[in-house]
Design a protein around this ligand. Structure first.
Ligand code: ATP
Length: 318
């Protein structure tokens, strides 16, 4: 009898759900002028990378967020964590009050590194909750909830390679043939994205920092799958502002190319620098040399395009 009751209790508590979610780099980021609403119009080409976070959601009596791994101490565990905001946004969307959920984040993506780690966690939380709460909700509906959380959140749902416009949240998939190999140089501490945009506005008021060209050749290079062609076209309007705030990045960018990368760029608002390499072997060599050059905190090797937020099966979890 007692055992039967225990069985009934176990049956109604769903098992935890784990989702792996990619980081992103912007292989092209064109920032328009400051709009009246305080935002900038963007045209960007995102690529999702194999450097990932893992998000586990579980039913819990004590709701909240736990954070482990890369930069864990600088991530809030209160209601301002983007993953928790995702819990609240999805609960509101489906009419669930007082969600009793615990979210565990295992971070591999550098915090405030310009690789959209917080957005990734929000996207991972949305996908994980659809399974935990057994919601009949497609990715496109989820993307609408995601866009309200932040302009990089929808891309983390889909992954791959995409052209983003508006504030970066209006996405069209871009064909990317073959795999591109990247080395990431992680810096000490992060850079605040709003601060980098303000610095760009300041630089633009003071003079005319060069602007990246059209995204069309970048899209062609991705379709060709030729890293040499893509390397010539990497461009980011935020780079000048990130370097202005963190002058040491100039040295990092030079060191990556000296180590054998085809080209380097600041990722998003920085300070992470991303280096495109000819192949997987070259990426390992560049990473080893860059690690020894003393220009960054640590290095990672990654490839793209990587898939968007996806469930991790039991055997896969580590
Ligand atoms: P983006 O490129 O989207 O502007 P980023 O990669 O530069 O973002 P994030 O890692 O997303 O930066 O973090 C930015 C700030 O957001 C952090 O400094 C942190 O205080 C806060 N934050 C809130 N939730 C999270 C989260 N789940 N992971 C990381 N940071 C978070």
């Amino acid at each position: 009898m007692g055992q039967r009751r225990l069985g009934a209790v176990l049956a109604v508590v769903p098992p935890p759900v784990t989702v792996r979610v990619p980081s992103k780099i912007n292989v092209h980021l064109s920032v328009g002028d400051l709009r009246d609403d305080g935002f900038h119009e963007l045209t960007t080409v995102f690529q999702a990378l194999s450097l990932t976070d893992e998000v586990t959601v579980a039913v819990a009596e004590e709701p909240g967020v736990e954070v482990y791994g890369e930069g864990e101490r600088s991530v809030p565990t209160d209601g301002t964590n983007l993953a928790w905001r995702a819990v609240e946004a999805l609960a509101a969307h489906v009419g669930k009050s007082d969600p009793k959920v615990r979210v565990v984040l295992r971070k591999g993506i550098p915090v405030a590194g310009g690789m959209a780690g917080g957005s990734a966690d929000a996207a991972g939380t949305l996908v994980a909750l659809t399974a935990l709460w057994k919601l009949e909700i497609g990715r496109d509906e989820l993307a609408e909830v995601a866009a309200k959380l932040g302009s990089d959140v929808p891309f983390a749902l889909y992954g791959g390679t995409a052209l983003g416009t508006g504030r970066g949240e209006q996405l069209v998939p871009v064909l990317s043939r073959h795999t591109f190999h990247w080395v990431l140089a992680l810096d000490e501490g992060g850079l605040s994205t709003p601060r980098v945009y303000r610095e760009l506005d300041r630089l633009r008021e003071a003079g005319k920092p060069p602007r990246v060209g059209s995204h069309a050749p970048v899209v062609e290079a991705l379709a060709s799958g030729d890293p040499r062609q893509l390397a010539l076209l990497l461009g980011n309007d935020l780079q000048a502002a990130a370097v202005s705030l963190r002058p040491g990045l100039r040295r990092t960018l030079r060191a990556g190319v000296n180590a054998g990368a085809l080209a380097g760029t600041v990722s998003g608002s920085g300070p992470t620098c991303a280096f495109l390499c000819t192949d997987a072997q070259s990426a390992l060599e560049v990473a080893a040399e860059l690690a020894g050059a003393g220009v960054c905190r640590t290095v990672r090797v990654a490839h793209g395009p990587a898939p968007g937020a996806r469930f991790v099966s039991g055997d896969d979890v580590h």
